[in-house]
Ligand binder design. Structure first.
Ligand code: OAD
Length: 227
């Protein structure tokens, strides 16, 4: 890490778990509730936009009440020392609040709405009128997140791909590695000859594809590698 010239990092829900935000899979996971899986889809939104918004408004309250934890802060500190691109699958905005600047939010962010007509993004400030409307054109707005069955924003995916294909150290922290295309990014780094490191208390499909697997939580693992 001390010799690294360009670092790429992929994070998942495990990084925000110490901030009190539930992961998606495993015990207590968000997707254990079938009705929530349906809400996070274009079909769920088409059928009942207000129900979808009610759920996102609740999640917004949770993330606004949460604070970045030492794992978020360690990654922000690392970026001040070494050129680093942080690609996150998290939509909670905690990396941004921790001070990470070169940040790619692959799955969007639930702190903003996106106009369904003009694409304008509005910061969501509770209490919300549901559904929210665009501050520019007045049309209905949707949550600025990627749902099941939707494509990732092309610019974000391109930045993430470039970062992993051009790094000399790649870290993957707190993700189950089950969702594509995020899970493939670490392979790009390996092909480019980078040293690849996973931090996760559990074994994942990525564990056998990395050079070093640290079976630690995000806070403890990052304390080991960010020295
Ligand atoms: P998951 O819920 O699939 O996986 C969370 C991972 O975090 C697991 O591998 C846990 O072992 C690990 N974990 C738990 N506590 C941890 C801790 N304290 N420190 C480090 N790791 C810990 O979450 P993601 O991999 O982020 O997409 O899920 C990827 C995507 O699937 C999400 O962005 C979301 C979901 O469907 C969308 O909503 C588009």
């Amino acid at each position: 890490m001390a010799d690294a010239e360009r670092i790429a990092v992929l994070t998942g829900a495990g990084v925000s778990a110490p901030s009190g935000i539930a992961t998606f899979r495993g015990a207590g996971g968000v997707w254990n509730h079938a009705e929530l899986l349906r809400l996070a889809s274009p079909e769920g939104y088409r059928d009942d936009p207000v129900a979808v918004w009610r759920w996102y408004a609740e999640r917004l309250d949770t993330v606004l009440a949460a604070a970045p934890n030492p794992a978020h802060l360690a990654l922000a500190a690392l970026e001040r020392r070494t050129p680093l691109t942080l690609v996150t699958q998290n939509v909670d905005g905690l990396h941004r609040r921790a001070g990470s600047g070169e940040l790619v939010e692959l799955h969007g962010d639930l702190t903003r709405s996106r106009c369904e007509r003009c694409g304008h993004l509005d910061e969501l400030v509770p209490p919300l009128d549901l559904p929210p409307h665009c501050s520019i054109c007045g049309h209905r707005a949707r949550p600025n997140v990627v749902w099941f069955g939707e494509l990732l924003p092309a610019v974000a995916l391109e930045r993430a791909t470039r970062a992993f294909a051009n790094c000399d150290v790649a870290l993957v922290v707190g993700t189950s590695g089950t969702v594509q295309p995020a899970a493939s990014l670490i392979g790009l780094a390996g092909e480019a000859g980078a040293v690849t490191i996973e931090i996760n208390p559990e074994t994942t499909p990525l564990s056998r594809r990395v050079d070093l697997s640290l079976r630690l939580g995000a806070v403890e693992g990052l304390a080991e590698v960010v020295v």
